[in-house]
Design a protein around this ligand. Sequence first.
Ligand SMILES: [Zn+2]
Length: 454
Amino acid sequence: MKSILLKNCYCFHYDPEPITSHCNISLVNGKIAGFPKQPNEKDFDQVVDCTGLEAFPGGIDQHVHLSFDFGKAQSCDNFYTGGKAAIAGGTTSVIDFAFLKQDQTALEALQPRIQTAIEQKCPVDFAFHLCVTSADQLEQIDQGSKIEESFKIFMTYKGFAVDSATDLFTVLQRIAQNKKIAMIHCETDQVIAKRVPTAKHISEMPLVRPEWNEIEATARILTLAELCNCSVHIAHVSLADQVELIKVYQQRYNSQQISMEITGHHFVLNNRMYSDYHLKEQLVMSPPLQSENNVDRIRANLKDLDMTCSDHCPFTVQQRNGSFMAGTFDKFEDRAFYQQPHGTNGIQVRFIATYDCLKQFGGSLEEITKRTSQNAADRFNLVGKGRLAVGYDADVVILNPHSETKFCKEMMVENCDTTLFEGKMFRGHIEKVFAKGVEYGQGLPIGKYMRELK
Ligand SMILES: [Zn+2]
């Protein structure tokens, strides 16, 4: 039974009431055992002096795609490499996705994903959103609801999209009956399908997927969700106007039932990269990067968003040049961009990027804790996660607020050959990460599935 004392941390914690103050945290056997006022250091196997440092509960990234098949390519991080990169960046739990194929039960979709994570020795704890692709899978929503908390619905992507208003309403209604959460990718497929054939260059990506397209889809889903009293989580919000719209619904309806997340790349990077960046194939993602003005507005109001995520789904340059969805092109050309697997990296960057942005605009440790970890744990019912509190998992990030972090390819633990965050500077530096009491660099814990299969 290993015991660790984190001495003199400054943090937002529950003792048992919520408080931001200096404290000692004792970790015993993978759990937070207490906040001893006058600990005897001799009682501990390891003592870490955290004077001048801040502590946070391990980050939760509720939107990642590890070992994910996208067309003919598989995202280049599996559960081991992606999970290790997550811990290196302060994230100790993730929620990935299990896609229900037609005629497949919820259990049949979940079991192989759980098995893959276990076989690949995923070091972070994990759960899944179940992706439903048609109203025909209503019975599977009932079955999946006994295990998981949330169902992902795509409003775009041929073959995945639930795009008719009737089908969307039926699916949302069923999710509401089960008292679960609908997580929605909001883009209007008909608009994208019409614009894709005429697009010639990747610089046109923002035109293929215009801002109002995302906003229209968001308004539609919020209206349908309100009509059938369905709890919704809007995935990867990327626009300041979209945030404003969601806030209107949150205020007039029921804020408990509507939540939103943003990816690190959507509040750090902007769409000038479509003309400036040298590896254009690495910019294929949806929603696309948005304007600098939009990014500035989002950053100044990041507190309005409930949580951040990475939507981590990277592909190497080589993969981009050989694994097209439609297989028409041999190597990357601008005009082939829409046939590529979509996605980018960020699992290692999200925590510090969120910290940096909230700090820049005067965010408190409580606000940072909630957006990097606690709100996701509460929203998706991750028991024992998201708080520095007695009995919770010993997932702790120790961060130096007086230092900074500059990302470069060499320090990326993930398995991708490039990072869009190359050269980006962030306030704060993560000094240590404990995942279930195991210090990163000294070993890795064995991640577990955070639900019970019933
Ligand atoms: Zn995603």
